[in-house]
Design a protein around this ligand. Structure first.
Ligand code: DGP
Length: 114
């Protein structure tokens, strides 16, 4: 999927409007359209990487975790906790090929996931 047509690139460029939970020059987080928990937010880098296997910026994942921390705090999840998930390729259940962190909370998360 090219960055031109990628749905999350369109969100990153502001071509598709979302109500951001957190946004800076590098990341934006917004609510998942198909929530799997009372709180379900996606954090994306604005740069297009299909999967985490394609990330060549070694600092990006650390900065992404900082953006997850800020998003979770804004969502009121920091104290009770939450789950962060990155699905990768087919067996990982990835459907949108632009790297994204799921932030799931508002209920107890079972383990193992399905
Ligand atoms: P994954 O299966 O890990 O690739 O998750 C993709 C998620 O993205 C899925 O939970 C649904 C969500 N999603 C797909 N398209 C859109 C969209 O246009 N807007 C929003 N808010 N979420 C989307």
């Amino acid at each position: 999927m090219s960055a031109e047509k990628c749905i999350f690139c369109k969100i990153a460029r502001g071509e598709i409007k979302v109500d951001p939970i957190f946004e800076n020059s590098e990341f934006v987080s917004f609510r998942d359209q198909n929530p799997q928990a009372p709180v379900h937010v996606l954090l994306i880098p604005k740069t297009h990487y299909e999967t985490i296997l394609d990330i060549n910026d070694e600092g990006l994942l650390g900065r992404a975790i900082q953006a997850v921390q800020t998003s979770a705090a804004k969502l009121g999840l920091a104290q009770g906790g939450f789950r962060t998930v990155i699905n990768t390729r087919e067996d990982g259940g990835q459907t949108v090929y632009h790297v994204h962190f799921h932030i799931l909370g508002g209920r107890y998360m079972q383990w193992p996931p399905g």
